[in-house]
Design a binder for this molecule. Sequence first.
Ligand code: PXP
Length: 236
Amino acid sequence: MIELGVNIDHVATLRQARHGDEPDPVWAAVEAELGGADGITIHLREDRRHINDRDVRLLRQSVQCKLNLELSIAADVVDMAVECIPDQATFVPERRLEITTEGGIDLTVASNVAKPLERLKRLNIFVSAFVDPDEKQIVAAAKLGFDAVELHTGDYANAKGVRVQIELDRLRRAGELAANHSLRLHAGHGLNYRNIGPVAAMIGMAEVNIGHAIISRSVFVGLREAVREMKQLLSG
Ligand code: PXP
Protein backbone atom coordinates (compact mmCIF):
# COMPACT_ATOMS: atom_id res chain seq x y z
CA MET A 1 0.00 0.00 0.00
CA ILE A 2 1.38 3.40 -0.97
CA GLU A 3 2.02 5.69 2.00
CA LEU A 4 0.41 9.11 1.99
CA GLY A 5 2.39 11.96 3.50
CA VAL A 6 0.20 14.99 4.06
CA ASN A 7 2.04 18.28 3.70
CA ILE A 8 0.57 20.75 6.21
CA ASP A 9 2.70 23.81 5.36
CA HIS A 10 -0.37 25.53 3.94
CA VAL A 11 -2.06 25.47 7.33
CA ALA A 12 0.90 27.37 8.77
CA THR A 13 0.75 29.76 5.80
CA LEU A 14 -2.83 30.61 6.74
CA ARG A 15 -1.82 31.17 10.36
CA GLN A 16 1.00 33.47 9.29
CA ALA A 17 -1.42 35.56 7.22
CA ARG A 18 -2.53 37.10 10.53
CA HIS A 19 0.64 36.35 12.54
CA GLY A 20 -1.64 34.72 15.08
CA ASP A 21 -2.01 31.23 16.51
CA GLU A 22 -4.71 29.72 14.30
CA PRO A 23 -5.08 27.49 12.43
CA ASP A 24 -2.46 25.45 14.28
CA PRO A 25 -0.51 22.93 12.18
CA VAL A 26 -0.33 20.70 15.26
CA TRP A 27 -4.13 20.37 15.15
CA ALA A 28 -3.95 19.83 11.41
CA ALA A 29 -1.56 16.92 11.91
CA VAL A 30 -4.00 15.27 14.32
CA GLU A 31 -6.86 15.64 11.83
CA ALA A 32 -4.72 14.29 8.99
CA GLU A 33 -3.73 11.28 11.08
CA LEU A 34 -7.37 10.61 11.97
CA GLY A 35 -8.13 10.66 8.24
CA GLY A 36 -5.52 7.96 7.68
CA ALA A 37 -2.33 9.87 6.83
CA ASP A 38 0.74 7.66 6.99
CA GLY A 39 3.02 10.64 7.36
CA ILE A 40 3.03 14.33 8.17
CA THR A 41 5.30 16.39 5.95
CA ILE A 42 6.56 19.84 6.85
CA HIS A 43 9.09 22.16 5.25
CA LEU A 44 11.12 24.29 7.63
CA ARG A 45 12.12 27.04 5.23
CA GLU A 46 15.17 29.18 5.86
CA ASP A 47 12.96 32.29 6.19
CA ARG A 48 10.42 30.44 8.43
CA ARG A 49 7.64 31.85 6.27
CA HIS A 50 5.16 29.15 7.35
CA ILE A 51 6.40 26.28 9.54
CA ASN A 52 8.60 27.55 12.38
CA ASP A 53 10.90 26.01 14.98
CA ARG A 54 8.07 25.79 17.54
CA ASP A 55 5.98 23.76 15.09
CA VAL A 56 8.80 21.32 14.39
CA ARG A 57 9.43 20.76 18.09
CA LEU A 58 5.73 20.26 18.94
CA LEU A 59 5.05 18.08 15.91
CA ARG A 60 8.02 15.91 16.80
CA GLN A 61 6.34 15.26 20.15
CA SER A 62 2.76 14.89 18.92
CA VAL A 63 2.86 13.16 15.52
CA GLN A 64 2.26 9.45 15.92
CA CYS A 65 2.83 8.44 12.29
CA LYS A 66 5.93 9.27 10.26
CA LEU A 67 7.24 12.84 10.54
CA ASN A 68 8.96 13.87 7.30
CA LEU A 69 10.97 17.08 7.54
CA GLU A 70 11.80 18.83 4.28
CA LEU A 71 14.88 20.95 4.56
CA SER A 72 17.58 22.78 2.68
CA ILE A 73 21.26 22.41 3.45
CA ALA A 74 21.34 25.65 5.51
CA ALA A 75 23.20 24.94 8.76
CA ASP A 76 20.53 26.23 11.18
CA VAL A 77 17.82 24.18 9.46
CA VAL A 78 19.96 21.04 9.53
CA ASP A 79 20.60 21.83 13.23
CA MET A 80 16.83 21.62 13.85
CA ALA A 81 16.75 18.20 12.18
CA VAL A 82 19.63 17.09 14.37
CA GLU A 83 17.80 18.37 17.47
CA CYS A 84 14.38 16.90 16.63
CA ILE A 85 15.38 13.74 14.74
CA PRO A 86 12.45 13.35 12.33
CA ASP A 87 11.64 9.84 11.10
CA GLN A 88 12.50 10.99 7.62
CA ALA A 89 14.27 14.02 6.16
CA THR A 90 13.93 15.17 2.57
CA PHE A 91 16.50 17.54 1.13
CA VAL A 92 14.94 20.13 -1.16
CA PRO A 93 16.36 23.13 -2.99
CA GLU A 94 15.29 26.52 -1.75
CA ARG A 95 15.06 29.92 -3.35
CA ARG A 96 13.83 32.86 -1.29
CA LEU A 97 11.56 34.36 -3.93
CA GLU A 98 9.82 31.17 -5.07
CA ILE A 99 6.16 30.62 -4.13
CA THR A 100 6.77 26.91 -3.65
CA THR A 101 9.66 24.50 -4.31
CA GLU A 102 10.13 24.90 -8.04
CA GLY A 103 12.45 22.09 -9.04
CA GLY A 104 14.53 19.24 -7.67
CA ILE A 105 17.81 19.62 -5.82
CA ASP A 106 20.91 19.37 -8.02
CA LEU A 107 22.86 16.46 -6.54
CA THR A 108 25.60 16.67 -9.12
CA VAL A 109 27.07 19.52 -7.01
CA ALA A 110 27.78 16.87 -4.45
CA SER A 111 30.03 18.80 -2.11
CA ASN A 112 27.05 20.90 -0.94
CA VAL A 113 24.83 18.12 0.27
CA ALA A 114 27.32 15.45 1.34
CA LYS A 115 28.10 16.92 4.78
CA PRO A 116 24.49 17.64 5.86
CA LEU A 117 23.51 14.18 4.59
CA GLU A 118 26.26 12.60 6.65
CA ARG A 119 25.11 14.49 9.79
CA LEU A 120 21.61 13.04 9.44
CA LYS A 121 22.75 9.55 8.47
CA ARG A 122 24.91 9.44 11.60
CA LEU A 123 21.66 9.79 13.58
CA ASN A 124 20.07 6.94 11.61
CA ILE A 125 17.55 9.28 9.99
CA PHE A 126 16.05 7.92 6.74
CA VAL A 127 17.04 10.51 4.14
CA SER A 128 15.40 11.25 0.81
CA ALA A 129 16.28 13.74 -1.94
CA PHE A 130 13.69 15.69 -3.90
CA VAL A 131 14.95 15.42 -7.47
CA ASP A 132 13.79 15.99 -11.01
CA PRO A 133 13.10 12.68 -12.81
CA ASP A 134 16.51 12.75 -14.50
CA GLU A 135 18.97 9.89 -14.78
CA LYS A 136 21.92 11.98 -13.57
CA GLN A 137 20.13 12.94 -10.37
CA ILE A 138 19.04 9.39 -9.53
CA VAL A 139 22.54 8.04 -10.05
CA ALA A 140 23.99 10.86 -7.94
CA ALA A 141 21.48 10.18 -5.14
CA ALA A 142 22.54 6.54 -5.02
CA LYS A 143 26.23 7.43 -5.08
CA LEU A 144 25.83 9.93 -2.24
CA GLY A 145 24.11 7.33 -0.07
CA PHE A 146 20.52 8.58 0.02
CA ASP A 147 17.90 6.06 1.12
CA ALA A 148 15.18 7.35 -1.20
CA VAL A 149 14.38 9.79 -3.96
CA GLU A 150 11.21 11.84 -4.21
CA LEU A 151 10.52 12.48 -7.88
CA HIS A 152 9.36 16.01 -8.64
CA THR A 153 6.02 15.53 -10.36
CA GLY A 154 5.47 19.21 -11.21
CA ASP A 155 6.07 18.85 -14.96
CA TYR A 156 3.64 15.91 -15.08
CA ALA A 157 1.05 17.85 -13.06
CA ASN A 158 1.33 20.89 -15.34
CA ALA A 159 1.37 18.91 -18.59
CA LYS A 160 -1.49 19.09 -21.05
CA GLY A 161 -2.46 16.83 -23.98
CA VAL A 162 0.29 14.59 -25.36
CA ARG A 163 2.79 15.99 -22.83
CA VAL A 164 1.02 14.10 -20.01
CA GLN A 165 2.13 10.71 -21.33
CA ILE A 166 5.62 12.00 -22.11
CA GLU A 167 6.06 13.26 -18.54
CA LEU A 168 4.60 10.06 -17.13
CA ASP A 169 7.06 7.98 -19.13
CA ARG A 170 9.87 10.16 -17.81
CA LEU A 171 8.71 9.50 -14.25
CA ARG A 172 8.47 5.76 -14.96
CA ARG A 173 12.01 5.60 -16.35
CA ALA A 174 13.32 7.49 -13.34
CA GLY A 175 11.37 5.17 -11.04
CA GLU A 176 12.88 2.08 -12.66
CA LEU A 177 16.36 3.52 -12.34
CA ALA A 178 15.73 4.31 -8.66
CA ALA A 179 14.67 0.71 -8.07
CA ASN A 180 17.77 -0.56 -9.86
CA HIS A 181 19.85 1.51 -7.44
CA SER A 182 17.86 0.25 -4.40
CA LEU A 183 16.42 3.68 -3.69
CA ARG A 184 12.95 3.86 -2.14
CA LEU A 185 10.62 5.64 -4.54
CA HIS A 186 8.60 8.69 -3.48
CA ALA A 187 6.79 11.34 -5.54
CA GLY A 188 5.37 14.76 -4.90
CA HIS A 189 4.42 18.21 -6.10
CA GLY A 190 1.23 19.23 -7.84
CA LEU A 191 -0.43 15.87 -7.27
CA ASN A 192 -4.20 16.05 -6.82
CA TYR A 193 -7.39 13.98 -6.84
CA ARG A 194 -7.46 13.93 -10.65
CA ASN A 195 -3.85 13.18 -11.55
CA ILE A 196 -2.78 10.83 -8.73
CA GLY A 197 -3.92 7.60 -10.44
CA PRO A 198 -1.08 6.97 -12.91
CA VAL A 199 1.56 8.02 -10.36
CA ALA A 200 0.09 5.70 -7.73
CA ALA A 201 0.12 2.90 -10.31
CA MET A 202 3.84 3.28 -11.04
CA ILE A 203 5.81 0.13 -10.27
CA GLY A 204 7.69 0.53 -7.01
CA MET A 205 5.91 3.69 -5.86
CA ALA A 206 6.14 3.64 -2.06
CA GLU A 207 5.12 7.12 -0.92
CA VAL A 208 3.48 10.27 -2.20
CA ASN A 209 3.59 13.65 -0.47
CA ILE A 210 0.63 15.90 -1.14
CA GLY A 211 -0.17 19.32 0.28
CA HIS A 212 -2.01 21.89 -1.80
CA ALA A 213 -4.77 19.65 -3.18
CA ILE A 214 -5.62 18.08 0.17
CA ILE A 215 -5.60 21.34 2.13
CA SER A 216 -7.71 22.99 -0.62
CA ARG A 217 -10.25 20.16 -0.51
CA SER A 218 -10.32 20.39 3.29
CA VAL A 219 -11.83 23.88 3.08
CA PHE A 220 -15.01 22.22 1.81
CA VAL A 221 -15.09 18.80 3.45
CA GLY A 222 -12.71 19.07 6.41
CA LEU A 223 -9.16 17.79 6.58
CA ARG A 224 -10.00 14.38 7.96
CA GLU A 225 -12.36 13.67 5.05
CA ALA A 226 -10.01 15.18 2.46
CA VAL A 227 -7.25 12.83 3.59
CA ARG A 228 -9.64 9.88 3.66
CA GLU A 229 -10.66 10.55 0.04
CA MET A 230 -7.04 10.66 -1.13
CA LYS A 231 -6.27 7.46 0.77
CA GLN A 232 -9.17 5.80 -1.03
CA LEU A 233 -7.76 6.81 -4.41
CA LEU A 234 -4.37 5.43 -3.42
CA SER A 235 -5.80 2.09 -2.36
CA GLY A 236 -7.93 1.86 -5.53
N1 PXP B 1 7.07 17.21 -1.82
C1 PXP B 1 7.98 18.21 -1.73
C2 PXP B 1 9.40 17.84 -1.60
C3 PXP B 1 7.58 19.56 -1.74
O1 PXP B 1 8.51 20.53 -1.65
C4 PXP B 1 6.21 19.86 -1.84
C5 PXP B 1 5.76 21.29 -1.86
O2 PXP B 1 6.02 21.91 -0.68
C6 PXP B 1 5.30 18.80 -1.89
C7 PXP B 1 5.76 17.48 -1.91
C8 PXP B 1 3.82 19.02 -1.93
O3 PXP B 1 3.48 19.70 -3.08
P1 PXP B 1 1.97 20.18 -3.29
O4 PXP B 1 1.67 21.18 -2.23
O5 PXP B 1 1.97 20.74 -4.66
O6 PXP B 1 1.10 18.95 -3.13
